[in-house]
Design a protein around this ligand. Structure first.
Ligand SMILES: Cc1cc2nc3c(=O)[nH]c(=O)nc-3n(C[C@H](O)[C@H](O)[C@H](O)COP(=O)(O)O)c2cc1C
Length: 433
């Protein structure tokens, strides 16, 4: 493998739900958003072009933070509706052979035993291709579906998640490799002395164990994480195997990566065992001019979707953004939601933030497939990162083809991304370079 090869993932934003439903190229995804076909189509195209994984985003409530009502969320389909990604995942792994599938589940919406069991089963049925995007919740409306008025305080959510991870790993490691005997002649199915209860009694959870099923091909799902706050980075340094990072600009990307790598070292881990993937949303076309025109169109569209943008921001921060002036700097924000997003926008003009949030342009990557492949090469060399996570706010089948059949072949030609998979499991492929 050339030393400068990097990994590719796809952030399936808005999860198992509607995509660019009122935009051009939306096609059949509009009325079939409750079916797996769009995601299956994407997964197969990604596998053809050697991606490591698709990450299925999720949140589980119909938000009502903006204007104190769920109307804007439902009218524009802002982060709702969403179906359960753990049910979508097996459709994707059944339709592919090598692609990793990362499913988002919140530590404040699951019990650790239930989660450990679910991911053990997903890893079995996918033959070792499952990952878990560990999130801790952000919107109070989500907490209200699970018996609480508010989310737990931000940093405490991560403390709870630490204990949650200890329990899950204890359960995933509770069966010895040779516990399953399957000795027909001797009449022994499994050896009881090799299956261990964990007897966990902690601050937040009590779990006896053992897990009710044997170890899966990877034993544990690949752990994916996206925490941007100081506490979130510490959590990522301790647990994550791949990190998805929405840093804007080269300097922010560099500093994020060096921070989490330092956290990994502090946690006694090899920093190269964490693959940091940076979010990008390239625009590819036949020429620079046509690509630039599409970029301008994307920005114009974003500018007209003010209600959409305000509703989305309100959801992720838990603050009703209808009370702020669009053309004034955003004041300091007290949030119990996504703290890193709040810090990024304070002092900036609200209208500009909305435009950025909708276009998700972390760095401008606009041009032909050849030029953008070259730009990505340079960017990766400068940042020293491990790869990119593709995302498109106005997701459509057209975009899938442009990336998987246009851009990625150019990356492969330059020896920057893989042409075929070396290993069977998601983790082995992720750690292979
Ligand atoms: C690319 C990306 C994808 C994310 N996907 C999800 C998701 O699917 N569900 C979720 O609840 N939070 C998601 N988040 C939010 C993070 O899990 C985390 O809560 C957020 O980055 C704030 O972290 P912080 O509070 O440590 O700053 C995502 C964040 C990023 C950058």
């Amino acid at each position: 493998m050339p030393a400068d090869m990097f990994h590719l993932g796809w952030f399936y934003s808005k999860g198992f739900g509607p995509k660019a439903w009122k935009h051009r190229w939306a096609g059949s995804s509009v009325d079939r958003f409750t079916k797996p076909d769009m995601a299956v189509h994407l997964a197969q195209a990604m596998e053809r072009s050697g991606f490591d994984y698709i990450m299925l985003e999720d949140s589980s409530n119909v938000p009502y933070t903006y204007q104190g009502s769920h109307d804007a969320y439902l009218r524009h389909s802002v982060d709702t509706p969403k179906l359960d990604p753990t049910v979508l995942a097996p459709f994707l792994t059944a339709a592919t052979d090598n692609l990793g599938v990362v499913v988002t589940c919140s530590t404040t919406e699951y019990h650790p035993f239930m989660l450990a069991r679910k991911f053990n089963t997903l890893d079995h049925v996918s033959d070792g291709r499952i990952g878990w995007n560990v999130v801790t919740g952000s919107n109070d409306g989500g907490a209200q579906n699970y018996g609480r008025d508010r989310q737990y305080p931000h940093d405490e959510r991560y403390d709870m998640a630490d204990e949650f991870m200890d329990v899950c790993h204890g359960l995933w490691n509770g069966w010895d490799d040779d516990a399953l005997v399957l000795d027909l002649e001797g009449g022994v199915f499994a050896d009881g002395s090799k299956v261990h209860p964990i007897e966990h009694v902690g601050k937040y959870y009590r779990v006896r164990g053992p897990l009710s099923s044997p170890p899966s091909p990877q034993r544990s799902p690949v752990i994916c994480q996206a925490g941007g706050s100081e506490r979130g980075r510490r959590f990522a340094g301790q647990w994550a195997e791949t990190i998805i990072c929405a840093a804007r600009g080269v300097e922010a990307m560099k500093s994020y990566r060096s921070d989490v790598r330092a956290e990994a070292v502090a946690a006694g881990r090899d920093p190269d065992s964490i693959k940091v993937l940076f979010l990008i949303s390239p625009i590819i076309d036949e020429s620079f001019e046509t690509a630039e025109a599409r970029r301008r169109h994307r920005w114009d569209t974003a500018e007209h979707e003010v209600d959409f943008g305000l509703a989305a921001l309100s959801r992720s921060t838990g603050i009703d953004f209808s009370k702020f002036d669009l053309d004034e700097p955003i004041p300091p924000l007290e949030t119990n939601g996504h703290q890193s997003s709040a810090r990024q926008m304070e002092g900036k003009i609200l209208r500009d933030v909305l435009r950025y949030n909708r276009t998700l342009e972390t760095v401008p990557l606009t041009g032909t497939a050849q030029s953008v492949a070259g730009d990505m090469d340079e960017l990766m060399q400068e940042v020293g990162g491990d790869g990119f996570l593709l995302v498109e706010s106005y997701h459509s089948r057209r975009y899938i083809a442009e990336i998987c059949d246009g851009l990625v072949p150019e990356l492969q030609k330059r020896g920057l991304t893989r042409k075929s998979y070396e290993f069977n499991s998601f983790r082995e492929n992720l750690l292979s370079f």
